[in-house]
Design a protein around this ligand. Structure first.
Ligand SMILES: C[C@@](CO)(OP(=O)(O)O)[C@H](O)COP(=O)(O)OP(=O)(O)OC[C@H]1O[C@@H](n2ccc(N)nc2=O)[C@H](O)[C@@H]1O
Ligand SMILES: Nc1ncnc2c1ncn2[C@@H]1O[C@H](COP(=O)(O)OP(=O)(O)O)[C@@H](O)[C@H]1O
Length: 296
């Protein structure tokens, strides 16, 4: 049996850095949601692990044991598989491409084994499997079940959140920003947490509240890659854009709109003005159904 698994893009709607652990990892308070688009992983049982990488964003992505899908599958101990990864999301770009791919491999491996996993405090349990997902990557727990959530700790503590539909345009200026570089350049590590999350009447109210929250990694990311400031300015200038922010450690930024039609029109305008930049639009929200493994 072969399965196809969507690995949706992750968006940090807010990302506050609130402290640092003794091992150097930073404590976060982040509100995340997921896009209806992303990478696609095909997976089928095999005698040994193999991987091919294809798609418009495949350049530079390793097709061997360095790839997070390979590492994640091996870590599950659920057996070997033949995998084909179709990359649509730019690598090292703050939208969790590699992390989302890794969890797609794990969802696929679980489905092939006829298991369903339970996630708690960053650990995935399924049958005899007990795997520390957060140790594989801080973003893996949130990507395993891709629904809107508040993430604390280094990302391993997750609380589901109800959000209205959030039409979004994601833009990447094609500059890779390594996550460790951005965390190292952060000057203040004890910033205030996210405010208590209210119940939102509608999309407009949610965006207005998000505008009062922050991404604390924006200043150090802009210092490493000044073009990020240009992306934020270009997004803010688009008709209908209510808010522009960076996701994760960058360089991908997003704008939020009240309607998907506005986000799509903005994407066409931005792509015409900046043909070299990567962009994608869609409504952020719960992608758990879309991310479920499907027979090929
Ligand atoms: C910043 C975030 C926000 O969601 O997103 P991305 O920019 O990666 O999308 C994540 O915390 C990234 O998670 P992930 O990309 O899985 O990070 P990991 O592989 O675990 O760690 C890479 C490196 O980033 C730093 N790191 C990561 C997470 C964290 N909470 N504190 C850190 O200091 C460490 O230097 C670590 O060695
Ligand atoms: N499946 C994968 N997709 C993208 N990058 C990967 C993958 N596996 C390993 N990598 C490596 O991980 C690094 C960071 O990738 P990624 O997880 O996309 O970062 P971020 O979470 O910051 O967007 C890249 O430099 C890339 O070489």
């Amino acid at each position: 049996m072969s399965l196809a698994v969507l690995a949706p893009a992750k968006v940090n709607l807010a990302l506050h850095v609130t402290g640092q652990r003794a091992d150097g990892y930073h404590l976060l308070d982040s509100l995340v949601s997921f896009a209806p688009f992303g990478d696609r992983l095909e997976i089928a049982p095999a005698e040994e692990i193999s991987l091919t990488v294809a798609g418009p964003e495949a350049a530079g992505v390793p097709a061997d044991a360095r790839n997070l899908v390979w590492k994640a599958l091996a870590a599950t101990g659920l057996g070997a598989a033949r995998m084909r990864l179709v990359k649509h999301l730019p690598a090292a770009s703050g939208i969790g491409g590699g992390s989302s791919d890794a969890t797609a491999a794990i969802r696929g491996a679980l489905a092939l084994a006829g298991l369903s996993g339970q996630l708690a405090a960053g650990r995935l349990r399924a049958g005899a499997l007990d795997l520390d997902l957060a140790a594989l990557g801080a973003d893996l727990p949130m990507c395993f079940a891709p629904h809107p959530a508040r993430a604390t700790g280094i990302g391993e503590h997750l609380a589901p959140v109800t959000l209205p539909p959030l039409p979004a345009l994601l833009v990447n200026p094609r500059v890779e920003v390594p996550t460790p570089t951005v965390f190292k350049a952060l000057t203040r590590k004890d910033n205030p947490p996210i405010d208590p999350i209210p119940a939102f009447a509608d999309t407009r109210a949610c965006i207005a509240w998000l505008a009062t929250q922050r991404n604390d990694l924006e200043p150090p990311a802009i210092a490493a890659a000044p073009v990020i400031a240009d992306v934020l300015a270009a997004l803010e200038a688009l008709p209908g854009a209510r808010l522009a922010r960076m996701s994760g450690s960058g360089a991908t930024c997003f704008a939020l709109f009240e309607t998907l039609a506005e986000a799509k029109a903005a994407e066409a305008r931005l792509a015409a003005a900046h043909p070299a930049w990567w962009s994608a639009s869609g409504t952020l929200g719960n992608q758990e159904e879309a991310a479920r493994p499907q027979p090929l």
